[in-house]
Write a protein that binds this ligand. Structure first.
Ligand code: NAD
Length: 357
């Protein structure tokens, strides 16, 4: 059994679905169901006894400790977080609470639980912490990509809160010997991505005939990784990563934001043409985000060399799959846009509720 935090979010729900498609090991899914958590993503697991959903807060150390005692997982995959950079600019407090204090209480609960284990169970226990490439700061056009040794220089409250959590995780390994693993991944994309993020926002706005906002000159460069490749990387690191190590995860797919938006327009032009003209006509340049990092690039050679992981999807194949998923899942998009998925919160809570299917 493993404990996953944030398993109703974008990467989390993809990870839980992926895990249970490839293994019969039970997942305890601890998620607070903030605006970003959506149990409708996990509809297909409604009858699956290997998925145990628990609504709760990673900041509640007593609650987490009780869960660990009750389920006795062999590993924790900690991915619950506040994850949207723009939101961190407007309201950093939630990021400090969940990403820093939440990781601290997860580490404390994990340390106490791990200390109580003995023999093989203690030997095998792992605490995997999911983080981001944004902790490394920004790169110039010709700078080499981030390696695991690149100094941290976070520039947004989101990146700073994730950097702080990474440092806490590192310190728990060095100070207490907790068998931690940290992954720093580039931008993910794929199914179930909340439409406040660039790729789903562009798809959804394009189809609704709305403008497609591009920050500044659109020349900011990001590396993109299809979410199922990230899930596979997490499984690999959990299985074979060396305790105390960090692993960069990326797709070798650097694109400017403008290129990403134009690619989406071109795919939509082919799959769902407008009555007249191209979706590119909806592109609108808007005032840049304050402190917007210019370029992120990930050197993923360590995980490839040491653990044999490589992404399956190219950017072209992954982005086409993503657009097709959004075209085929209009109901999901409508529920998210209307906030209908949140009505779940008003209903009575049950341990394995996925009523919003
Ligand atoms: P998300 O915002 O889609 O999901 C976060 C989930 O965490 C939600 O289900 C939310 O309900 C839950 N959550 C929030 N606060 C909580 C709390 N206090 N207690 C319990 N659950 C809580 O995020 P995501 O994009 O799936 O990212 C998952 C993780 O991966 C994050 O740690 C993020 O920093 C990291 N990451 C994301 C990307 C990306 O491109 N999305 C890239 C690299 C790393």
């Amino acid at each position: 059994m493993i404990l996953v935090t944030g398993g109703a979010g974008f990467i989390g729900s993809n990870f839980v679905l992926d895990w249970l498609a490839t293994s019969d090991e039970t997942v305890v899914n601890l998620d607070l169901l903030t605006y970003a958590g959506n149990l409708a993503n996990l509809c297909s697991l409604q009858e699956d006894p290997h998925h145990i959903f628990v609504r709760g807060d990673v900041c509640d150390q007593t609650f987490v400790s009780e869960l660990l005692e009750r389920y006795k997982p062999r590993a924790i995959v900690h991915m619950a977080a506040e994850s949207h950079v723009d939101r961190s600019i407007h309201g950093p407090g939630a990021f400090i609470r969940t990403n820093i204090n939440g990781t601290f209480s997860m580490l404390e609960a994990a340390r106490a639980y791990w200390s109580s284990l003995s023999g093989n169970r203690r030997e095998e226990f792992r605490f995997l912490h999911m983080s981001t490439d944004e902790v490394y700061g920004t790169l110039g056009k010709d700078d080499p990509a981030f390696t695991e040794d690149t100094p941290y220089q976070p520039n947004s409250p989101y990146a700073a809160s994730k950097a702080a959590s990474d440092h806490l995780v590192r310190s728990y390994h060095h100070t207490y010997g907790l068998p931690t693993l940290t992954t720093n991944c580039s931008n993910n994309y794929g199914p179930y991505h909340f439409p406040e993020k660039l790729i789903p926002l562009v798809i959804v706005n394009a189809l609704a005939g709305k403008s497609l906002p591009v920050y500044g000159d659109g020349q900011q460069v990001r590396d993109w990784l299809f979410v199922s490749d990230h899930c596979a990387a997490i499984r690999t690191v959990l299985a074979n990563g060396r305790p105390g190590e960090t692993y960069n995860v990326g797709g070798w797919n650097e694109r400017t934001n403008l290129e990403v938006v134009q690619t989406l327009c071109d795919i939509l032009d082919r799959l769902k043409p407008r009555a007249r003209g191209s979706y590119r006509e909806q592109i609108t340049f808007v005032t840049d985000r304050p402190g917007h990092d210019r370029r992120y690039a990930i050197d993923a050679r360590k995980i490839e060399r040491e653990l044999g992981w490589k992404p399956d999807e190219t950017f072209d194949s992954g982005i086409e799959r993503t657009v097709r998923w959004y075209l085929e899942n209009e109901h999901w998009v409508k529920q998210v846009q209307s906030g209908a998925y949140l009505t779940w919160l008003d209903k009575n809570y049950t341990q394995r509720a996925t009523e919003n299917c």
